[in-house]
Each structure stands twice: as C-alpha cells, then as structure tokens.
Design a protein around this ligand. Structure first.
Ligand code: DOR
Ligand code: ZN
Length: 356
C-alpha cells in the first residue's frame, strides 16, 4: 500500500461501542471518560458483583455512570440485564417497556468474570427467549461452553454447535449477538446465517493471537475471554471486520482489571482497550487497506442492528504516530496508587483521535 496516498485525516460519523465493561466505584470514575470521549453510546455489560438483574439496579447503575461522564460530553449508556436461572420474564418486559433494557446478556455460569450467577442450563431458560423474541429484546451471548472436559481453545466452536444452533432454530425471530468472536468457525457461522444474527469483534482479537500470552513469559495483559486463538483465527476475524458485511460490528469488550488483579497466580481475564480503541481498530483497517470501510464497522452496522438512529455528529482521526502510555492511573478520591494497563501499552499507533 502506498502510504503517500493515504489521507492525513479521516472524519467519521461518531462511533458507538456495542460491548463494554464500565465497572463500578472508583474504577468507574476512571474508565467512563475514556469511553464517553470517543463513543456516543455504549452497551454496558451487567456483570457487576452482584450483577444487574433488576430494573432498579440498572437505573441506579446508569445514574452512577452518568455522574462519571465529564461535563460537556454527550454519552448514552445502554443498559443490559444479566440472565440467571431464576430471573422472570416479567422483569425483562418491565425493563424493555420502560426503555431501560437495551438487551439481555447470557453468561453461561462460570464462563468468565462475575458469571457465577449465570445460566447453568440454557434450555431451561427458553421461556425467557420466547418473551424476548415477542417483545424485541436482543440477546447478547458470551458464547463459550464451560465443560471442563472441553479444551479452552474449543469452547466457542463447541458452543456454536451445541447451544447456539438449536437456540436459533427454536427462536427464528430473536435478535442475537454472538459477542467478541474469536474463531473462524464463528466468522463462518455468523457470516452465512440469518440477518438477525450478528457478532461483535474486539480490537485485541484483531491484533493478537494466543502467542501474545506467552511471549517471553506469562503475559496476563493479553489474557481475556474468550481467549485469543491461533493465527488463522485472527486472520479470519480481520477479514470479517473489513468485509463490509453488516453482521460484523464494533464491540470493544474493554474490561479493566486493576494491575494487582491481573498480576497474580490466578489473574483476571480482560483487556482494557477503551483509551485507544478507535485508534486500534483504525490501525487494523489501515493495515488491511480498508480504511474506507472503517466508518460502517464502527458507526453504522451496530445501530442498524439494534434499530437505533445513526449518530449525527462526527469524530476525526489524524495520521500521526503516537505511543500509548504504559499505564493509566486511577482517578480515585483515595489517591490510590493502583493503575490499569491499557492495550497497546508502550506501542505506537498510527492514528490519533483529534480532541478539542
Ligand atoms: O476478558 C473478559 N473480561 N471477558 C469477559 O467475558 C468478561 C470480561 C470482564 O468482565 O472482565
Ligand atoms: Zn465482555
């Protein structure tokens, strides 16, 4: 690719993030501004401890998020509800009718962070999907089986075969997002399926394969779930992201964990990418010679899938190599020395968001 032919700036319709973890408490205050300064809206994951399982807890969480949005920035958190074995259809209906729940999230029990109250038997909650299909509440899925006898690198592919296929067959009109896909099986499955099935793709799964976790030692900064797979899967994800197919769209899965929770003998899964998520996607589209398709991926396919209007304001990226800081300090009242390590820490990226 002739670099000289590339524009110096690209102006895009402002993007949204269709999958983010904003956490709570002090961390919330630190991470919300990173998302809100780039994204106009975000689908906020409900896996707090305890999780968001009621209309009231979703409204209170939304208020705490809004309090953390810097003055002068317009940002709309779109709330999700966490499905459990016992949640009632009535809660889903109330949440949807009141305009608070934008979607419901299915975590197979013990599949990831704070998923202990997740669903132990997906078939047993089919009545909830019936309600969701009827009222038009999208289902967001952490697509991994949790059986310990299934290899961790196969858990997404097995989930697609054993859980997702029958679910889609039974609920043909249910809108479903297979979140943070990591395999060529997921790319093929979603890319050739019905139009009310979509997938989000994270920046990190486009940049790293599983080797990143073991480069020169055990590198917990690159540990997330679903875990990064072999190189051929990363390449399939990159092809999907730049394909121009509306069923593949942005969802950063930015998932901050304090440094000491990552650097321990049982470190948490999650990559904190919100400080440079848009730049990270731009790097991929640039490398793939597909910058002309970046806007649709980050700003158009998501709202279209959710049936929401496109944003009308814009954001500009300038071509300028800059280095990502090694860490982000916590904005804490307690002046805690804790920090978060951002994705691409210490690395250069070629595009920078122009801010006022
Ligand atoms: O890496 C991940 N981190 N994957 C998830 O599914 C959850 C997330 C988190 O909340 O930490
Ligand atoms: Zn997530």
């Amino acid at each position: 690719m002739d670099e000289n032919l590339l524009p110096e700036r690209i102006t895009l319709r402002q993007p949204d993030d269709w999958h983010v973890h904003l956490r709570d408490g002090d961390v919330l205050k630190t991470v919300v501004p990173y998302t809100a300064r780039t994204f106009r809206r975000a689908i906020v994951m409900p896996n707090l401890s305890p999780p968001i399982t009621s209309l009231r807890s979703a409204i209170e969480y939304r208020d705490r998020i809004l309090t953390a949005v810097p003055m002068g920035i317009e940002f709309t958190p779109l709330m999700t509800v966490y499905l459990t074995d016992n949640i009632s259809s009535k809660i889903l209906e109330e949440g949807k009718n009141s305009g608070v729940f934008a979607a419901a999230k299915l975590y197979p029990a013990n599949s990831t962070t704070n998923s202990g109250m997740g669903v132990t038997n997906v078939k047993a909650i089919y009545p909830l999907f019936e309600t969701m299909e009827r009222i038009g509440l999208p289902l967001l899925i952490h697509g991994e089986v949790t059986d310990l006898d299934v290899d961790i690198f196969d858990r997404e592919a097995v989930f697609i075969d054993k859980i997702l296929q029958p679910l889609l067959k039974k609920f043909p009109s249910l809108r479903v997002v297979l979140e943070h896909i990591t395999t060529e099986q997921a790319v093929d499955f979603v890319g050739t399926n019905r139009c009310n099935l979509a997938a989000t793709i994270t920046p990190h799964h486009l940049h790293i394969n599983r080797n990143a976790m073991f480069l020169g030692g055990l590198r917990s900064d690159f540990y997330c779930l679903p875990v990064a797979k072999r190189e051929r899967h990363r390449l399939a994800l990159r092809r999907a992201a730049v394909s121009g197919k509306p069923c593949f769209f942005i969802g950063t899965d930015s998932a901050p964990h304090l440094r000491n929770a990552k650097e321990t003998s049982c470190g948490c899964a999650g990559i904190f990418n919100s400080p440079n998520a848009l730049e990270s996607y731009a790097e991929v589209f640039h490398q793939e010679g597909a910058l002309q398709r970046l806007e649709a991926f980050v700003s158009e396919y998501g709202p279209s899938f959710y049936g929401l209007p496109l944003n009308t304001n814009s954001i500009t990226l300038v071509r300028e190599t800059h280095f990502i800081p090694q860490s982000c300090q916590l904005d804490s009242d307690k002046q805690s020395a804790e920090s978060l390590v951002p994705f691409h820490a210490g690395e250069p990226l070629s595009w920078r968001v122009l801010r006022d």
